[in-house]
Design a protein around this ligand. Structure first.
Ligand SMILES: [Zn+2]
Length: 353
C-alpha cells in the first residue's frame, strides 16, 4: 500500500508539471500566459507583451495589444479566472500595443494619460502625404500613381500585419474605412483599433480593485510618445514599462530622432531605474521579464552610444566613419544588433540637430 506521504508527493509533482506546461504552452498564433508574482501574470503575443492583475472583483489589463489577441485573452480569462476585465490601462497609444480594447468594452473602463487623446486625434483633412515625416514616411512614399492617397494595390503583399494576426496595418490606418489612406490617416498612424481612454490623468493616478492597487505614473514627453505611463503593481512588486525601456534588444532603428527629445528620454529611463529599486520584477512590452539590472543595462547602452558618437563628432568624423568605428560589440548578444548603425545615425541627429 502506498503511503499517504508518497501519494501527496506524487500529486505535488504532477501539479507542478501541469502548472509548468500551462505556463509555457504557446498557441499556434504565438500567444501565451505565464505567472510573474502574486496575482500578476505575463501575457505574450509573439514578441509583444503585456501583464494583468487578477482580483476577486475583476481583472486589470494593461495593453490589449490587438483585437485577435484580446479576443483570445478574454476567453482565457473566462476559463481560468471567471472574472471580467474591469480596467484596460494603456502604456501609450501606439497601434502595436494599444489596439483591441473594444473586446472588453462591455465590462471595462479605459485609462490612459491625457496626451493619448491628442495622439489619437485625426490631423487636419488637408494634410498631404508629403507632409508625413518620421516612421510613417515610407508608407506615404508608396503613392506610386501620385494621386494623393494610398490604395491597397500600392502597398504590396508584405505590408505589415498586426502582431499574431492576419489583419493588415492598412486597416489600422484607414479610420473612415473608405479603402484608401489620406495624408491625415497616414500621419495619424495605424490606430483605428485603439479605443480612446474614458478616464485620463496628468501626473499620477491610482486605481484599487479587489483589495489590490495599480499605479500609473506619467514619464514625461519624449521622442517615443508624449503619453507613456509607467504602470506598477505595488502589492505584487511588478513594474510594467513599454518601448522607452526594453531588455535584451537594441533600441528601434533610428530611435525616432526626428522628434528630438533625447534628454527627456534619458531622464525617463533614469527615473525608471530609480523607481525599479522598489520592485522585484520589471516587465517590458517586448521579451522576457527582468529586473532593475536590466533597466541599468539599457541606460548604459545609451550612455556608451552617446559618449562614442559625441567623441566622433568632436574628432571631426563623418557619420559613415562613426558607423565604421563605434564599438558596441558587448551588446552583440542583444536582438536586432544589426540596428547599431541606425542607432548611431539616430544618436548623431540627437546630438547635432
Ligand atoms: Zn511604442
Amino acid at each position: 500500500m502506498r503511503s499517504r506521504t508518497t501519494t501527496m508527493a506524487l500529486a505535488g509533482v504532477v501539479a507542478a508539471l501541469v502548472l509548468a506546461s500551462e505556463s509555457f504552452a504557446q498557441t499556434a498564433e504565438g500567444y501565451s500566459i505565464s505567472h510573474i508574482s502574486g496575482d500578476v501574470y505575463r501575457a505574450m503575443n509573439n514578441n509583444h507583451g503585456t501583464v494583468f492583475l487578477v482580483t476577486t472583483e475583476g481583472i486589470i489589463l494593461p495593453d490589449p495589444i490587438n483585437t485577435d489577441f484580446a479576443t483570445w485573452l478574454k476567453s482565457e480569462f473566462d476559463d481560468r479566472f471567471g472574472v471580467p476585465v474591469r480596467y484596460v490601462i494603456y502604456s501609450h497609444y501606439h497601434w502595436d500595443h494599444a489596439s483591441g480594447g473594444d473586446v472588453f468594452a462591455d465590462t471595462a473602463r479605459f485609462v490612459g494619460h491625457i496626451n493619448m487623446l491628442s495622439h489619437l486625434a485625426m490631423p487636419q483633412a488637408s494634410t498631404t502625404l508629403s507632409q508625413v515625416i518620421g516612421q510613417y514616411e515610407p508608407v506615404a512614399a508608396m503613392d506610386s500613381n501620385s494621386n494623393g492617397v494610398i490604395e491597397h494595390s500600392e502597398i504590396g503583399e508584405d505590408f505589415r500585419r498586426f502582431p499574431g494576426s492576419e489583419v493588415s496595418q492598412f486597416a489600422g490606418f484607414d479610420a473612415n474605412k473608405d479603402g484608401v489612406l489620406s495624408g491625415a490617416e497616414v500621419k495619424r498612424g495605424p490606430v483605428s483599433f485603439v479605443r480612446p481612454p474614458d478616464i485620463t490623468y496628468s501626473d499620477e493616478m491610482q486605481i484599487s480593485l479587489g483589495g489590490k492597487r495599480v499605479k500609473l505614473t506619467w514619464v514625461g514627453k519624449m521622442n517615443h510618445s508624449s503619453d507613456s505611463s509607467m504602470i506598477t503593481f505595488p502589492d505584487d512588486s511588478v513594474m510594467f514599462v513599454v518601448d522607452y525601456v526594453t531588455f535584451g534588444r537594441l533600441p528601434n532603428r533610428e530611435m525616432d530622432y526626428e522628434l528630438g527629445m533625447f534628454d527627456e528620454w534619458m531622464a525617463a529611463i533614469v527615473e525608471t531605474e530609480r523607481l525599479a529599486a522598489g520592485f522585484d520584477f520589471v516587465a517590458t512590452g517586448h521579451g522576457p521579464v527582468g529586473t532593475r539590472d536590466d533597466v541599468r543595462a539599457w541606460r548604459e547602452y545609451f550612455e556608451k552610444l552617446r559618449d562614442q558618437v559625441a567623441a566622433g563628432i568632436a574628432a571631426g568624423q563623418s557619420l559613415t566613419e562613426m558607423q565604421r568605428d563605434i564599438d558596441m560589440e558587448e551588446y552583440s548578444h542583444w536582438a536586432d544588433f544589426d540596428w547599431v548603425d541606425l542607432n548611431v545615425l539616430g544618436m548623431y541627429h540627437f546630438l547635432t540637430d
